[in-house]
Design a binder for this molecule. Structure first.
Ligand SMILES: *Cc1c(COP(=O)(O)O)cnc(C)c1O
Length: 448
């Protein structure tokens, strides 16, 4: 028998088999495959760390959301929020389901066109649209969601110079009972600014007022807030009809539905507390159909939900690189992905699952990323089984924002793989290399 490795003794609270208020502890959850594809075969082919996106989950969540709204309201359209995940392969799955594109920059607008979305199916949001981008959007017949008065006047001027009609909506911010209020975007409802913007638009020959838009925040846990927002937008549409005898084409409720991830500081898990698509749909459609909007001519209801659609479809696979004891005896592991890959670990207690375990005991463990930076922490503390160096782990629900907000810091961004509906793997974004960076850098002659 070989000699056991010595580990310094520490005092540790026993937790194995002791019931907490929810009952007996269950067995440690592991995950060894995604949609039937073994995780170790994914890392063999595509390395570690590696992001994985499930086409099946994208479609399932989309169908769930579409069903919730379309069974409650006659005309419903989803527009995929590009900034939530703008990998072309991902966007194309949403477009194949009939989603339009919702973009917040010229870069995203370009991406949507290259993904085959027609100009007339693009909603252009954001507070910083450039003059040439506004011109392009008008020429393509895209919907401009105006954010502020300076932009309104720029759109009026641009449309006039082009001698074309711009299709415009306004973004409205309002008190829905969610604080802090996101009043930095769009025109305020309560102080009359939104109505003033509508009246100015209605006076312009070169503008066609087509819709009302709001996006009240993100990870909003309260469906009721959407009910209030829908009521207020309906009120603006009704007032427009009364004063100008003009009906708008759509009411766009934005995104912001919560995903099943657990926020830091939350007591219960997000999977238990996150409202369902049905609850959001019930609140929004109730407000619209019980308003004084003409039932024979209801505006199309547009949803721009991002996070709640894609979060479940993304996984991050990585490896344990080291086991450690901190100076006070606490257990820590170092994994090969950090906050550079998993930006959302600033807000979420991400579920990290071992691919396999060696024992059913667990210990309070800190999970560190590999960066030379003190704040590179994936989990501050989590009950985790002892794993060995090079053992694989999977982080669930990383589909939203991580593949767009990730940081290029210290090392390369990893491969991203899509598992299609038939269970085949496809590389959809290549790991960066030194050449990726060399292509962007310029060393002036005098420094050579
Ligand atoms: C970010 C954003 C969305 C998507 O928000 P989620 O919280 O991911 O659902 C939708 N609309 C606008 C205008 C946005 O800025």
């Amino acid at each position: 028998m070989s000699k056991q490795i010595y580990e310094r003794p520490i005092i540790n609270r026993i937790n194995a088999g002791v019931p907490d208020k929810f009952g007996m502890r269950s067995r440690i959850k592991t995950m060894n495959n995604i949609d039937g594809v073994a995780i170790n075969t994914i890392t063999e082919e595509f390395g570690s760390p590696v992001f994985v996106v499930s086409e099946r989950t994208i479609r399932d969540r989309y169908h769930e959301a579409y069903r919730a709204f379309s069974t409650r309201y006659p005309s419903v359209k989803f527009a995929w929020s590009y900034k939530t995940n703008y990998l072309d392969a991902v966007c194309r799955v949403y477009h194949s389901e009939g989603s339009w594109a919702e973009v917040v920059s010229g870069f995203e607008y370009e991406k949507a066109l290259q993904n085959g979305v027609e100009g007339k199916n693009i909603l252009f949001n954001g507070p910083d649209k450039q003059p040439h981008e506004i011109k392009r959007a008008i020429e393509n017949g895209s919907y401009l969601h105006i954010d502020h008065f300076d932009e309104l006047y720029l759109v009026i001027e641009t449309a006039r110079n082009l001698n074309k009609k711009a299709l415009v909506a306004i973004r409205v911010n309002m008190d829905t009972g969610i604080y802090p209020m996101w009043d930095r975007f769009g025109f305020n409802y309560e102080n009359g600014e939104a109505w003033s913007a509508i009246c100015r638009i209605m006076l312009q020959e070169n503008l066609e007022f087509v819709g009302l838009h709001t996006h009240i925040g993100t990870y909003i846990m309260s469906p009721g807030a959407y009910g209030v927002a829908a009521q207020k937008l309906a009120a603006l549409a009704i007032k427009t009809k009364q004063k100008y005898n003009h009906s708008i084409k759509y009411i766009d409720m934005g995104g912001g539905f919560a995903s099943k991830n657990t926020l830091k500081g939350a007591y219960l898990s997000g999977a238990d507390t996150c409202p369902t698509f049905d609850q959001y749909a019930e609140a929004i459609t109730s407000a619209l159909i019980t308003s004084d909007l003409d039932p024979a001519n209801l505006p199309t209801l547009i949803l721009e939900t991002g996070r709640a659609l894609i979060d479940d479809a993304g996984y991050l696979i990585g490896r344990v690189k080291a086991n450690k004891r901190l100076s006070d005896g606490r257990k820590a592991i170092v994994v090969d992905f950090g906050i550079n890959n998993l930006f959302t670990s600033f807000w979420y207690n991400h579920n990290v699952l071992p691919v396999q375990v060696h024992t059913q005991t667990t210990e309070a463990t800190t999970i560190y990323g590999p960066l030379c930076m003190n704040i590179d922490i994936i989990r501050d503390v989590v009950q985790f089984p002892p794993l060995e160096t090079d053992d694989l782990v999977v982080v669930e629900r990383v589909g939203a924002y991580n593949m767009t907000q990730w940081l290029q810091f210290i090392t390369y961004r990893p491969n991203i793989v899509m598992i299609d509906s038939e269970g085949h793997t496809h590389l959809i974004r290549k790991r960066e290399t030194i050449e990726t960076f060399n292509a962007q850098e310029v060393v002036p002659e005098k420094y050579k």
